[in-house]
Design a protein around this ligand. Sequence first.
Ligand SMILES: [Zn+2]
Length: 275
Amino acid sequence: MIQYRANGVTVFQSALYQTTSTVVETPSCVFIVDPSWLPQEVDDIRTFVIKIRKGRPLYLLFTHSDWDHILGYKAFPEAITIGSSEFVNHPEKQSRVDQILAFDSQYYLTRDYEIVYPCIDRVIQNEKQRFVLDDTLVTFYKAPGHTICGLFAIIEPLGVFIAGDYLSDVEFPYIEDSSEAYEKTLHKVDDILESHSINLLVPGHGNSTTQITEIHFRKQRSLEYIKMLRTYVQNNNHNKITHMLDEYPFSSGMRHYHENNELLIKKELSMSVGT
Ligand SMILES: [Zn+2]
């Protein structure tokens, strides 16, 4: 299913968790971002890429190493892969692979490609590291907080902001790494909007947007969620913590992530008291 298509950008949306996979075409190359999820969906993306590529170099970008974002890796064996140094050095590579295999086994899914943790050809080591190919410029920002290995990618001159699992309109922040890192990553959004002319934001789950006010709104909403959760955890306010999800569309399915956030913030607070 195609969620958005204009100006060389095609955003596919999986039936599962509204996960997005993005294909960006520039005159000099083609980028695929996080191809996922069901076998037929990955196949549709592959067919689409074969059709539009026209001999251009193909790059496969991973925004982070969560298993739903890496499972399509081997469907594009000819692509040059891009990921962060934290992605390359991730300590839980095997568990990511195991999660994919367990999912496929649970739903009797077969794929015509291998499931392995991606090998990265172009490693993003530094903040604002740039990738240039003819008139295509990609600027990468480190985006830890959700996971330690996250990346933001700004593809110019199209002005596409690939956000990975941040700035979603359907999800609250899923904090697997650190709440403080998550906040710092969100604060980079202002800098990005000032330094680049952004025409489209694509989150890892949910809807893309062309509206700058909507990007600001999502950033603010995420920051407020973290701040609120921290305050309620500090005050032991279980009732308020429970009701924080009332405004989200799939709150019962998301509760588990909210509870994980609560545990993580509890742990962070106890560690900061201990030091
Ligand atoms: Zn995800």
